[in-house]
Design a protein around this ligand. Structure first.
Ligand code: IVH
Length: 671
């Protein structure tokens, strides 16, 4: 060094970039970590002393961006297509034959590449500088995640030649790093990530690049857009990428006959588990760009490439027990606890069994030898029993393991449900999120993420605690500033003031009591305290009789309501709401005029407008909305995919079936 200090600085940037490349691209570092750190420190020091010297490609520029609230969309001229899949030799042979036939009998050279199970990305360089990193999105429109992509190891900020080039590849996390992250999360009591792929995908969409920097991710590039500008064939274009300083797979090979191709595919059966990242198969591509053009693409896939998916791995192990899991919306599912076994390089100790019907179908018992399968990224599942265990078959649980409420089976659904929405500790997140959602109490700014934060920080233990939140408490949470804290407290106050009893009732999440059914109940009782008093004063049978007098309420729903409001956990939360003085009344609506007075509607199927909005408009026009078709129904408004049951009922009761357009006419009073 010596001479012009600015030149020395630029040389240092180049030296460090070169060491990054050797480390992350070539996996072949030439200096020790300590030496590297010394150089990096010197760089930071120089940049602090001379901020005007800093260049965009300085390794220091990888960190320090402020969080973004939303990623800008980018529209790309060349869509990122997906790949057609093949699952066995016959599929692959058909692809091979199709290629040869379309090329008039010429056998093309095929490139064979590992298919990394990660997250697709596109990097654009102008004059050698990274200008854009974009997600695949829907293929045509992706998201600009440039700041985050800079955190990915191997993504060069500046290429070794000043070229304009667009490249595509996969961002991934290694299996080892994924397990380390999950271990740390388990220790911190945080929810575990499912697999390396989801973790990488979630990480690249983190809004704060500084958070992204904490998740070790790598990249391997596998396509050059308009590759023919740089080379005549695909593998040569990848060699060019290497020369530019970008990472490509060292496992890529080529084959020029079917025998070579299939031999290579077979050789991967043993190698697939040996790589540090998860593979879900191979990608086989015609190498020559002119031949690719001749083969062309379909709307979705190129005809010159195919993915070959590895067969799913199956192993047998012992089933020790079934654990009962209660999801955030109360769905109760069995989880198999297994003798840990290695499947495709990961240890499997749990498997999903979907639902209790599946448990019965498989005839599961303690001590069974079971065949399990791990297919790519999917959680392992039990395929069948190979040897029955000594125990009794598992019976479905009757009560919730968390709150001991009696479990229900929703009509027509296989899932078991813990009905104790607001009082069950396993459902707290889902209950609060639902309570605050748009069609319920409509608390602006209280979405899933914030709910998780509030519960994790111990600020909110049930829905009633929301009304105790203060600006100071919120300020102690990450991502909350003065304005956002004030806004949330204000939104809760606003929701409280504008709440009606029917909104509150449906927000509690009683099975089958949605916004429609809540209305007539609310009109009948006026307030939640009045409804609760009516229930306390009577026997269940009398309550059921009284409730079924209300239009639209049958015995099943009446029993749900009765049971819910007698549940001790629910009562505890409702008492807390009452001590907050939160007991909104149901306004008496004047429906004396309006074009729909005296008419009762049932709205079903998929409509162009949100169903809740359609219902609101019917009511605003004086009409009534009911949940099920009966002889009291005037019109059935049938959207797309209307069920046969509803249509049959309409015919049986002589109810007129109309569509959305006809409803518009009625609403406008023109029919
Ligand atoms: S080529 C038009 N090559 O697999 C060809 N894709 O299932 C586009 N992938 O979206 C892709 N490794 O995210 C290609 N060596 C490889 C790949 C690869 C993984 C991913 C990629 C793609 C998906 C399709």
């Amino acid at each position: 060094m010596g001479g012009d200090p600015r030149q020395d600085y630029l040389a240092l940037v180049d030296t460090l970039s070169e060491h990054d490349r050797r480390y992350y691209v070539d996996a072949n570092p030439t200096i020790s970590d300590v030496e590297y750190d010394k150089l990096a420190k010197r760089l930071v020091q120089l940049e602090q002393e001379h901020p005007d010297w800093i260049v965009a490609w300085s390794p220091s520029r990888r960190v320090g961006h402020a969080p973004v609230s939303e990623f800008p969309k980018v529209t790309r001229p060349v869509a990122m297509l997906s790949l057609d899949n093949s699952y066995d030799e016959a599929d692959l042979k058909a692809f091979y034959d199709r290629c040869v036939k379309s090329l008039d009998g010429d056998v093309p050279v095929f490139a064979i590449e590992p298919k990394i199970d990660g997250f697709g990305i596109e990097l654009s360089y102008k004059a050698g500088l990274l200008t854009l990193g974009a997600t695949r999105g829907d293929g045509r429109i992706g998201e600009d995640v440039t700041a985050n992509v800079k955190m990915v190891k191997g993504v060069a900020l500046r290429l070794r030649e000043p070229v304009d080039i667009v490249v595509r590849g996969e961002i991934y996390m290694t299996k080892a790093e994924f397990e380390l992250i999950n271990k740390a999360r388990a220790e911190a009591g945080e929810e575990l990530f499912k697999n390396p792929r989801n973790t990488a995908a979630g990480s690249i969409k983190q809004q704060d690049p500084r958070e992204v920097a904490k998740r070790p991710m790598w990249t391997i590039l596998y396509e050059v857009v308009d590759g023919e500008r740089y080379a005549s064939g695909h593998l040569a274009s990848l060699t060019f990428l290497r020369k530019l300083g970008l990472p490509t797979s060292t496992h890529n090979t080529s084959a020029s006959s079917w025998d070579e191709l299939i031999a290579c595919v077979h050789s991967w059966q043993d190698r697939r588990d040996g790589l540090p990242y998860e593979l879900d198969g191979l990608v086989i591509k015609v190498d020559d760009f002119a031949q690719r053009t001749a083969l062309g693409t379909t709307a979705k896939f190129p005809r010159w490439a195919i993915a070959f998916k590895f067969p799913a791995r199956q192993v047998t192990t012992t089933l020790h027990d079934l654990e009962i899991n209660v999801g955030r919306t109360g769905t109760v599912t069995p989880v198999a606890l297994l003798e840990p076994v290695d499947v495709s390089g990961t240890t499997v100790a749990r498997a999903s069994v979907h639902n209790w019907d599946q448990v019965a179908r498989l005839g599961l018992r303690k001590g069974d030898r079971v065949l399990i399968q791990k297919a790519g990224e999917i959680i392992p599942e039990i395929l069948g029993v190979t040897e029955a265990g000594p125990g009794e078959p598992f019976a479905p649980p009757t009560e919730c393991p968390f709150c001991h409420s009696a479990l229900e089976r929703e009509e027509g659904r296989v899932a078991l449900l813990c009905p104790n929405r607001i009082g069950c500790p396993a459902q707290i997140l889902g209950a609060i999120e639902f309570f605050a959602s748009r069609h319920q109490l409509n608390i602006d700014g209280l979405g899933e993420k914030v709910v998780v934060q509030l519960v994790e920080a111990g600020l909110v233990k049930d829905v009633a605690d929301l009304f105790d939140l203060t600006v100071d408490q919120l300020l102690s949470l990450e991502r909350f500033g003065k304005i956002s804290a004030q806004n949330l407290v204000k939104a809760i106050a606003t929701a409280r003031e504008s709440a009606t009893f029917s909104r509150l009732l449906s927000a509690l999440g009683i099975s089958n009591v949605g916004t429609v059914l809540a209305k007539p109940i609310a009109r009948r009782y006026g307030t939640l305290s009045a409804l609760r008093a009516a229930i306390v004063a009577k026997s269940t049978e009398d309550v059921v009789t009284e409730l079924t007098e209300i239009e639209g309420i049958g015995e099943v729903v009446a029993r749900h309501i009765d049971r819910f409001l007698r549940d001790e956990h629910v009562i505890a939360v409702l008492d807390k709401l009452a001590t907050h003085g939160f007991d909104p009344a149901e306004p008496v609506v004047a429906t004396a005029d309006g074009p729909l007075v005296g008419k009762t509607f049932v709205v079903t199927g998929t409509l162009t407008a949100a169903r809740a909005d359609v219902q609101k408009r019917i009511e605003a026009a004086g009409g009534k909305v009911a949940g099920s078709v009966s002889k009291k129904t005037t019109y059935l408004v049938a959207g797309a995919d209307t069920g046969k049951t509803k249509l049959d009922a309409a015919q049986k009761f002589g109810v007129t079936v109309i569509d959305e357009t006809e409803l518009q006419k009625l609403l406008g009073g023109t029919a």
